[in-house]
Design a protein around this ligand. Structure first.
Ligand SMILES: Nc1nc2c([nH]c(=O)n2[C@H]2C[C@H](O)[C@@H](COP(=O)(O)OP(=O)(O)OP(=O)(O)O)O2)c(=O)[nH]1
Length: 135
């Protein structure tokens, strides 16, 4: 392989991310479990889109797998690309105000409802979103 090929950026991986928002503006954050890159960092729940899945389908699947929550509706809000050492990701952020169920820690992760987000550290690509949410 030539040097040019070796350093070419990998195609971004699509990630579906959901911001559950209560009527009072509180949002749900989760802490990345041990064994994943950036373990212990806080993020909005979500995960990678599987082949053949729409982004919304991935969002619903991840919320069910991680938290036992059925997302009833979600609006696509914004997209952010970020290059980490472990991956180049394209994050698709959705806001949901309609879901069924209470969050459960199905992957042994911590989670927290936050008004003013005070958990840390946060995943680097997620930090700017917190400012935008409250605008
Ligand atoms: N869920 C989520 N991922 C985020 C956020 N911000 C951010 O940079 N990411 C990045 C971290 C990861 O590189 C990627 C999500 O991939 P992941 O590894 O958590 O996905 P997954 O649950 O499908 O993981 P796996 O099955 O491969 O273990 O997106 C965020 O707010 N929420």
């Amino acid at each position: 392989m030539s040097g040019a090929q070796a350093s070419a950026p990998a195609r971004p991986v699509d990630v579906a991310v959901g911001i559950l928002m209560k009527p009072n503006g509180d949002v749900l954050l989760g802490q990345r479990p041990a064994g994943k890159p950036y373990a212990g960092y806080w993020e909005f729940p979500g995960g990678k889109v599987d082949p053949g899945e729409t982004i919304l389908e991935a969002l619903k699947r991840e919320f069910m797998e991680e938290l036992g929550i059925e997302v009833l509706s979600a609006d696509e809000w914004c997209g952010v690309e970020h290059v980490y050492e472990h991956a180049h990701v394209r994050l698709h952020f959705f806001i949901s105000r309609e879901w069924r169920g209470e969050p459960q820690s199905l992957e042994n992760q911590a989670f927290a409802w936050q008004g003013v987000v005070s958990v840390e550290p946060l995943l680097p690509a997620t930090i700017p979103l917190l400012e935008w949410i409250h605008r």
